[in-house]
Design a binder for this molecule. Structure first.
Ligand SMILES: [Zn+2]
Ligand SMILES: [Zn+2]
Length: 144
């Protein structure tokens, strides 16, 4: 029985330590293997599915990506009721944990009769750091 929960614990610990990053099943597989665990993809998927059912992780796919990504649901952060911003370059996740979220949801319901499913929605874009990096490059190119 202990053996069964070992992989699950590893995965949960990994996501908790990288709470603002997303990971695919194969990323987890590679990291577990690198950590000396003998595991196969089926076990990784099974554990990820279970953690998703238990609301420890959130799984989503963005347009143009064919593999699911998993993200840690920070306890107490109520990730099901706010939107998430995802940097399409570095994969960073930003929790839009703002008071405005209720207003946005209400507005969308009133205006369009549409209920936003925050748990399955993510807004893609570029984070501040990645924007600065591309600004740097632009700057250098101009001055070069
Ligand atoms: Zn969140
Ligand atoms: Zn980024």
């Amino acid at each position: 029985m202990k053996y069964k929960t070992k992989n699950r614990d590893w995965i949960e610990r990994y996501f908790a330590a990288h709470a603002d990053e997303r990971a695919r099943a194969k990323d987890i597989y590679e990291k577990m293997t690198a950590d000396g665990l003998s595991i196969n993809m089926a076990t990784v998927y099974r554990n990820l599915d279970r953690l998703e059912e238990e609301n420890v992780l959130k799984a989503y796919k963005t347009a143009g990506e064919d593999e699911k990504f998993y993200q840690y649901m920070r306890p107490g952060m109520d990730c099901g009721s706010h939107l998430h911003l995802m940097c399409s370059r570095c994969g960073r996740i930003i929790h839009m944990d703002i008071g405005l979220m209720n207003e946005i949801s209400e507005y969308v319901i009133n205006e369009y009769g549409f209920t936003i499913d925050c748990g399955h929605s993510v807004l893609a874009g570029l984070c501040r750091e990645c924007q600065m990096k591309s600004e740097d490059k632009k700057g250098k190119m101009i001055h070069a």
